[in-house]
Design a protein around this ligand. Structure first.
Ligand code: 5AD
Ligand code: SF4
Ligand code: FES
Length: 360
């Protein structure tokens, strides 16, 4: 006879109670969950991991999120913006090494010079590599006009995490200054989809005040909104942030890590053909974090291509790995980790989400 767990894993459509059971399952059941997620991944997207070269373009940010190390209120951060040459050096590395895709991530700024600078960089990248590099932007909430301008300049994908789909929790994680509004976040995601971006979102896992029930709702929100890409990872405290005062309320690192793996696996069961990142934050809490995420259903990794001189200044949380490893060292390291996980790397492939459909 099938166990309760197997019954749930076999369901074609998971409901809220099923999701809760999976997120709360014990260690023995967890193995089955991860094995099933790995099977589904193999069947729908293949045992392929796509590299997205990560460029941490600037840590200058107009926002003040209570969890983030580079929030505008943190006076101890040395602010930087990469030069154009440094950006193209990273792009050249990606191109030469068969990373067919890049992510340009930055603190959120709305001034005209920033919006124009991103457009100029996008156009130059499109020209230099004749459209052969896919570009993902991760530059926060912007106006519809800016999103459109960037799309027309050559970006195809956009990452904007909802952080939590619970408006009350969202308000506890952000200052109440009119500049961090849950509804506006949702609207920004809707706009990205409407414009035709491959839009990615995600949440932090194990935040202070967060419940398993809310995480189950996050997964339902992802399915209902039908995003093609996801990046989720554990919340990791940073001493120079207001949220640090609640560190004694947190689940242990191991609990946050395991819950993050379960979120990846359950999402793979719910949305079989999407792209899911094995995030750097997962490796921060467990030395084998990224390969474990890959074996639980993830299929994207973002190797860091930011120049070493800036890495320390882009610490959203403490303990970020690879602060001193050059791009080449991480490439070799990740190649062997991915091989050990039984996957191959999709060199030279864009790896667009199979779930993405152009708006009609
Ligand atoms: N722990 C984990 N993730 C964090 N982020 C920001 N601060 C932290 C933290 N302390 C994540 C947010 C943001 C992304 C760029 O980094 O989810 O969207
Ligand atoms: Fe800025 Fe993003 Fe950090 Fe918020 S999470 S303070 S928007 S860099
Ligand atoms: Fe950077 Fe292993 S991923 S050294």
């Amino acid at each position: 006879m099938k166990s309760r767990m197997e019954n749930i894993l076999d369901k074609p459509l998971l409901g809220k109670e099923d999701i809760l059971s999976l997120l709360m399952c014990d260690e023995r059941e967890q193995k089955k969950l991860f094995a099933r997620a790995a099977e589904i991944k193999e069947k729908y997207v293949g045992n392929i991991v796509y590299f997205r070269g990560l460029i941490e373009y600037s840590n200058i940010c107009s926002k003040n999120c209570l969890y983030c190390g580079v929030r505008s209120g943190n006076q101890h951060v040395k602010r930087y913006q990469m030069t154009d040459d440094e950006v193209f050096e990273a792009c050249d590395y990606a191109f030469r090494n068969g990373f067919a895709s890049l992510v340009i991530q930055s603190g959120e700024r709305h001034d005209v010079s920033f919006v124009r600078k991103i457009s100029d960089l996008l156009k130059e990248i499109k020209d230099r590599y004749q459209g052969r590099l896919r570009i993902t932007l991760s530059c926060g909430e912007q106006t519809e006009d800016s999103y459109r301008q960037w799309l027309e300049s050559g970006a195809q994908r956009y990452l904007l995490r909802i952080e939590t789909s619970n408006p009350l929790l969202y308000s506890r994680l952000h200052p109440d200054d009119g500049n961090h509004v849950f509804r506006e976040r949702v609207e920004a995601l809707d706009t990205l989809k409407k414009l035709g971006y491959q839009a990615g979102t995600g949440v932090m896992i194990g935040l202070p005040f967060q419940t398993i029930d809310q995480l189950a709702n996050d997964l339902l929100f992802f399915r209902e909104k039908d995003f093609p890409m996801f990046g989720m990872g554990p919340y990791i405290e940073h001493a120079e942030t207001p949220l640090y005062q609640y560190k004694d309320l947190l689940w242990t690192e191991k609990e946050r890590f395991t819950l993050s793996l379960k979120m990846v696996a359950v999402l793979r069961l719910m949305m079989k053909d999407v792209n899911i990142a094995a995030t750097t934050a997962m490796q921060t809490l467990d030395p084998l974090g990224r390969e474990k995420a890959i074996m639980a259903g993830a299929n994207v990794i973002m190797p860091n291509l930011t120049h070493l001189k800036y890495r320390r200044d882009y610490q959203l949380y403490e303990g970020k790995p690879c602060l001193d490893e050059e791009a080449d060292q991480c490439k070799v390291c990740l190649e062997s980790r991915i091989r050990l996980s039984g996957n191959r790397i999709g060199y030279g492939e864009w790896g667009d989400s199979l779930h993405y459909q152009k708006p009609t």
